[in-house]
Design a protein around this ligand. Structure first.
Ligand SMILES: *[C@@H]1O[C@H](CO)[C@@H](O)[C@H](O)[C@H]1NC(C)=O
Ligand SMILES: *[C@@H]1O[C@H](CO)[C@@H](O)[C@H](O)[C@H]1NC(C)=O
Ligand SMILES: *[C@@H]1O[C@H](CO)[C@@H](O)[C@H](O)[C@H]1NC(C)=O
Length: 488
């Protein structure tokens, strides 16, 4: 079954210590499917069926925060936490968390209330943040279209809380808001979120949840399946920012605001997974998007729990590196889905939900190391005095492109990406002085790949850069100090 398409939302709290929206834009997020990240006993070998509960817990997660922080992530998005339908359905169990039955209890498969409190505290002790996935659009029921036993739900325990059963017509916004996601195997009864009683129940619920677990941000599921005017009250009650799962670029304004996820990032997957694609779609896509939305306020990703993984399209390691580097250095808040750093290759749902522990949490893997370096680049740039205007709000643009490579400048950082693949032969490109932003004679270091080559710009600031199968990231030598990059 297709759970709602890819979502992401952020929130910043209005309480003193909470993260503002602007602060969320500086974070780098690691997305976790709690059931598949780490077990309490740390075991890595026991087999698990992909549609069953596999044993991941908050305790296991607490024990593996070094693995996440070691890659430079500053926030963790965990899959939905509330109690879900029990038992097996034709699609398996509710290990993913999107089939709620009781919003006042936790899903005990992942641990106790104390375990979640401890996870939040462990993150905060490291200077990291907790983002929780929340669903207000629907509940979940193991069964056949509208033959739902509503008495199982807490608190919405009779049919009066729900829209009458109907199948969604995705071309009709009203149908999207009032009809039911799900199908005749697992029903997702659609709540009457326009009802003031339901709204105040959700507002009280999220306020308590945020306070109890010291939650810093929300990822909000199925945003466009709920009327827009539901969100301001909900966000105000939550007091934190959210990133919304949205298949269109609806960014809800207000304070706190919901940022939309960047569904249109499929350009990145299309372009970098296919050595015979040209860069034109990517360049056009980026330019169109920039005209429509504030790209710096979007959550960006190439994989998540509902999308086929990039390596299911191509096993080429160089192409995977380009897709990851492009994502982590683009506008917006980068989000990496667990397993990307281990080159996991699961295809369509549920196959992209592999247990991470089968990788042995290998911190030496090529992609883990690449992600760590890219997050270091980003983090160091954000520490600069002019980070706000010079990086966070600077909209990346293509300073060079040809049929197989593209150079994107974001502030002082230039990323050069290609889709020639591992077998491709390199060539030189010339980034003009006006475009590079570097000064005449400036020294620029190539921070990926380990050799830390220094390139010197010509008198006008132009650069010749060798493009190859792997991405290239250029950073001014004068500001490398303290970055942890290239021996600094
Ligand atoms: C980010 O940079 C700051 C200082 O610039 C440093 O204190 C912090 O440890 C870095 N964080 C990560 C995750 O690298
Ligand atoms: C529904 O829930 C309310 C309390 O929230 C309870 O009083 C009532 O008995 C429940 N009804 C059913 C049919 O379970
Ligand atoms: C880059 O190209 C420009 C224009 O063709 C040229 O003037 C400049 O010398 C080139 N720069 C380098 C470093 O080769």
């Amino acid at each position: 079954m297709k759970l709602s398409p890819i979502p992401l939302l952020w929130g910043a709290a209005s309480v003193a210590q909470a993260l503002s929206g602007a602060e969320w834009q500086k974070q780098s997020i690691y997305q976790i499917l709690t059931d598949r990240f780490a077990r309490t006993d740390g075991s890595t070998t026991e087999q698990c069926a992909i549609t069953s509960y596999c044993g991941g817990t908050y305790r296991g997660l607490i024990d593996h925060l070094d693995y996440i922080q070691g890659m430079g992530f500053t926030a963790v998005w965990v899959s939905p936490i509330v109690k879900n339908l029990e038992g097996d359905t034709p699609y398996g169990t509710a290990y993913h968390g999107y089939w709620a039955q009781d919003i006042y209890s936790l899903n005990e498969n992942f641990g106790t209330e104390q375990d979640l409190v401890d996870l939040s505290a462990a993150l905060h002790a490291r200077g990291m943040y907790l983002m929780v996935d929340v669903v207000t659009n629907h509940m979940g029921y193991n069964g056949c279209g509208d033959c739902v036993d509503y008495s199982l739900f807490r608190p919405f325990n009779n049919s009066g809380y729900y829209h009458p059963f109907c199948e969604i017509n995705y071309d009709d916004d009203n149908s999207v808001r009032t009809c039911w996601e799900g199908d005749n195997k697992v029903s997702l009864p659609d709540l009457k979120t326009e009802d003031s009683g339901i709204r105040s129940t959700f507002s009280d619920w999220i306020k308590d949840l945020v306070a109890k677990y010291s939650i810093d941000g929300m990822r909000i599921d199925s945003v466009k399946h709920v009327e827009k005017d539901f969100w301001p009250g909900f966000l105000e009650a939550a007091g934190i920012y959210g990133i919304g799962e949205a298949s269109s670029l609806t960014v809800l304004d207000g304070n706190p605001a919901i940022y939309a996820d960047w569904q249109n990032f499929y350009w990145v997957q299309e372009t970098f997974s296919n050595p015979s694609a040209t860069m034109d779609n990517l360049v056009n896509g980026i330019n169109t998007l920039k005209g429509k939305a504030d790209t710096t306020a979007l959550g960006v990703f190439v994989e998540n729990h509902d999308q086929v993984r990039f390596p299911s399209l191509t096993s080429d390691m160089s192409l995977a590196k380009n897709a990851i580097a492009f994502t982590l250095l683009s506008d917006g808040i980068p989000i990496l889905y667990q397993g990307q750093e281990q080159h996991f290759s699961g295809g369509d749902t549920p196959n992209q939900r592999e247990a991470l522990w089968t990788s042995g949490y290998n911190t030496q893997s090529e992609l883990y190391q690449l992600v760590a370096t890219l997050n270091r680049v980003r983090n160091h740039t954000l520490a600069a005095a002019n980070a706000e205007s010079g990086y966070v709000k600077y909209q990346a643009w293509a300073v060079y492109s040809d049929s197989h490579s593209i150079a994107m400048r974001k502030g002082d950082v230039i990323g050069v990406f290609s889709n020639m693949g591992s077998g491709g032969s390199g060539y030189q490109i010339n980034i003009s002085g006006g475009n590079s932003g570097y000064s005449g004679g400036e020294q620029v270091v190539q921070v990926l790949g380990g050799d830390c080559n220094v390139i010197t710009a010509d008198g006008a600031g132009a650069l010749n850069v060798q493009v190859g199968p792997d991405p290239v990231v250029l950073y001014p030598a004068s500001v490398l100090e303290g970055s942890g990059l290239c021996g600094h």
